[in-house]
Design a protein around this ligand. Structure first.
Ligand code: ZN
Length: 302
């Protein structure tokens, strides 16, 4: 009952704000948010401002920031060591266990990091609107919703924007090696990476369904105006893989590949923010159900 009442007062995800976040993060001015660039640092500062605005508590090692050194390995460059940051905000509900909600905010910059699929990537702005300004917009909208809904949920929520994902999940792995709260307190992790290009024929994929025997219970009776399907595997695609490797149950939201993937044409005007709003509302329904369940037990997916 409490949850239902709270849901009507919380600021639910809105397509308008989703668009605003994505337009800001993936504009040409942001130069593709490559790890180590001033624009990557600007993106991190933007997330800090949003976390602060909704009242999250800092849970990095330097305020909201958890600085680390990332390494470019795919290509040989003189500046292979890069300054990077995770951005970590905490919603304290005085609960014994914590749910992680995460999305990476870095992208391929000007195409010199080695994973662009463009023919001549160097010097081209890789905007990364879907990958992963869309996931960051989702992270910020979920943070806003849960931090402003006046409900004390039965779990704490840890909101994390990961750095250096495109260099090989380096931010999430760094956090798991240097956690800012005990990992044994974590219930499960929700990852959003590329949730802005909803295709009504495919639907939104939700991976990790097999990572706990509790997930079927959580999905029971959940409906949405958008199409979605589950996939048992939890060990691929994005930062969720790092959590899976630590035997933490995961869910991974993803609207699928497209011809602009890892190319300079992954632009904000191709985002379907209305559909993303519905994806986030679906995510809230699942989270609310999951929070009615006891702490989950991990299951390895064969
Ligand atoms: Zn990504």
């Amino acid at each position: 009952m409490l949850l239902l009442v709270g849901a009507s007062f919380g600021q639910t995800p809105s397509a308008d704000r989703i668009n605003r976040h994505i337009n800001w993060l993936a504009s040409d001015k942001m130069q593709g948010r490559g790890t180590g660039s001033p624009e990557n640092a600007k993106a991190a500062a933007y997330i800090v401002r949003q976390f602060r605005k909704v009242g999250l508590k800092p849970l990095g090692t330097d305020g909201f920031y958890q600085p680390f050194t990332a390494k470019v390995r795919r290509v040989v460059v003189t500046d292979s060591l890069r300054k990077a940051n995770n951005v970590i905000g905490f919603l304290n509900n005085d609960a014994p266990y914590t749910i992680v909600i995460g999305a990476h905010y870095d992208h391929l910059g000007m195409g010199k990091q080695g994973s662009s699929l463009a023919e001549k990537p160097e010097g081209q702005i890789h905007n990364g609107a879907d990958d992963n300004a869309s996931g960051v917009a989702g992270l910020l909208e979920l943070a806003r919703y849960y931090a402003t809904n006046d409900v004390k949920e039965p779990y704490n929520l840890l909101f994390m924007a990961f750095g250096a994902e495109e260099l090989g999940l380096q931010g999430s792995r760094y956090f798991l090696n240097q956690p800012t709260l005990p990992l044994t307190n974590l219930n499960f992790m929700i990852c959003m990476d590329m949730i802005g290009r909803y295709n009504p024929e495919r639907g939104v994929g939700i991976g990790g369904y097999g990572t706990s025997e509790t997930w079927p219970q959580v999905f029971k009776g959940v409906e949405s105006p958008i199409k979605f399907f589950t996939d048992r595997a939890g060990n691929g695609g994005s930062d969720n893989a790092a959590f899976y490797a630590r035997q933490i149950p995961v869910l991974f939201f993803h609207t699928g590949g497209h011809p602009d993937y890892h190319k300079p044409t992954d632009d904000p005007d191709k985002i379907d923010a209305q559909a993303e709003e519905q994806i986030l509302k679906l995510c809230i329904r699942l989270l609310d159900n999951a929070m009615q369940q006891p702490k989950m037990t991990f299951t390895a997916v064969k």
